[in-house]
Design a protein. Structure first.
Length: 129
């Protein structure tokens, strides 16, 4: 199952999505559906947190919503390109890989999405304080 969380930083905040190859392939499939049909979708991680996906003509990238969940706004073209990038990581011959995905706008409020397979242990996102 996917694991994801926001990694805060003063200079380079990121949203990290960890998953096995099959998990990432499912995420790519949801993005391909968005690219083809538009609309909205939701992806849930192992803890029950949700990432809301939304296809829109003027994408803003990943943002934190008012109620605390994260919403990833993208165009149909972005969704197709993101799916291709995720499939390259999921289906690659390397034992591990990653991709950083943004809508490509120079907007300081957009949070880059980092997709990773095989680079971190499962406890990487677990708060151990």
């Amino acid at each position: 199952m996917l694991r994801f969380d926001f990694l805060p930083s003063d200079f380079h905040p990121q949203f990290l999505i960890l998953g096995e190859r099959t998990d990432l392939a499912c995420l790519a499939g949801e993005l391909e559906r968005l690219a083809d049909d538009g609309g909205e979708g939701r992806v849930q991680d192992a803890s029950g947190s949700e990432l809301w996906l939304r296809s829109m003509p003027a994408p803003r990238g990943l943002r934190r919503a008012v109620d605390g969940h994260y919403q990833w706004e993208m165009s149909a073209e972005n969704a197709g390109a993101f799916a291709t990038g995720i499939r390259a990581v999921a289906e690659g011959e390397q034992p591990a890989g990653s991709a950083v995905l943004t809508v490509g706008r120079f907007d300081l409020e957009e949070i880059p999405v980092w997709i990773s397979q095989g680079e971190f242990t499962d406890d990487y996102l677990i708060n151990s304080f």
